[in-house]
Design a protein around this ligand. Structure first.
Ligand SMILES: N[C@@H](CCC(=O)N[C@@H](CS)C(=O)NCC(=O)O)C(=O)O
Length: 209
């Protein structure tokens, strides 16, 4: 199994996290995302015509999109159904809803970070405003969950929904977004960093301090 990866990509980090949590083997293929723009090369477009990472190759299967890869890996390798509780229709619906939501965090918080860190030419004000409205929704949800005695996005234990929402929430400050108005989010981020097997990536060490 091979992951096309970039060390500063939060989307790739989601996959590396699940690989570690599931204790499976995966070869990491480094893509020169910046400054090389290898993800836009003819060779890479042959692997993912969308010109994006992450991409996973397993047994001749090629899958793009972090959330799709999380679902694939959890379905194939999570024998206990811990990270993807597939036997419970209600939880399946909830986890899937937050997997889709994770892409909104990418579209807003990650976009602001791409502007600030890699110099992408985009409307950073709109990206930050979008991120703040997305984090408001996450904050309200996590607050409600805490009132109900729950620590994670869906169900009694962390799932791939938590993995999918974690990186670009934790990296928000790299895009100039302050997380101090969102205490339930900050508590959830800290809980996530305490999961067995958790490891960090550049830009998120501040959460543990
Ligand atoms: N929906 C995709 C988004 C992937 C994505 O935005 N990847 C970034 C790197 S973290 C990328 O390749 N950006 C280049 C581009 O979109 O042109 C996913 O969740 O994997």
């Amino acid at each position: 199994m091979k992951l096309y990866d970039y060390v500063l990509s939060g989307n790739c980090y989601k996959i590396r996290l699940l690989v570690r949590f599931l204790e499976i083997e995966c070869e990491i293929v480094a893509v020169d995302f910046y400054p090389g723009r290898e993800h836009k090369s003819a060779a890479f477009l042959g692997i993912n015509p969308l010109g994006q990472i992450p991409v996973l190759e397993d047994d001749g299967l090629v899958i793009r999109d972090a959330q799709a890869i999380l679902l694939y890996l959890a379905n194939k390798y999570d024998g206990h159904g811990r990270w993807w509780p597939s036997g419970d229709p209600r939880l399946v619906g909830e986890v899937t809803m937050w997997l889709v939501f994770a892409d909104r965090i990418t579209a807003t918080s990650s976009a602001a970070r791409m502007h600030d860190v890699l110099g992408y030419d985009l409307d950073v004000g709109a990206a930050r405003a979008g991120a703040r409205s997305v984090f408001r929704v996450l904050e309200d949800h996590l607050t409600d969950r805490e009132f109900g005695g729950h620590e994670w996005i869906a169900g009694p234990a962390p799932t791939i929904a938590d993995i999918a929402c974690f990186p670009y929430t934790a990296l928000a400050h790299d895009g100039g977004i302050d997380l101090s108005p969102w205490p339930a989010i900050r508590r959830w981020l800290r809980r996530f960093t305490n999961l067995p097997g958790f490891f960090t990536m550049p830009g998120i060490d501040h959460i543990r301090r």
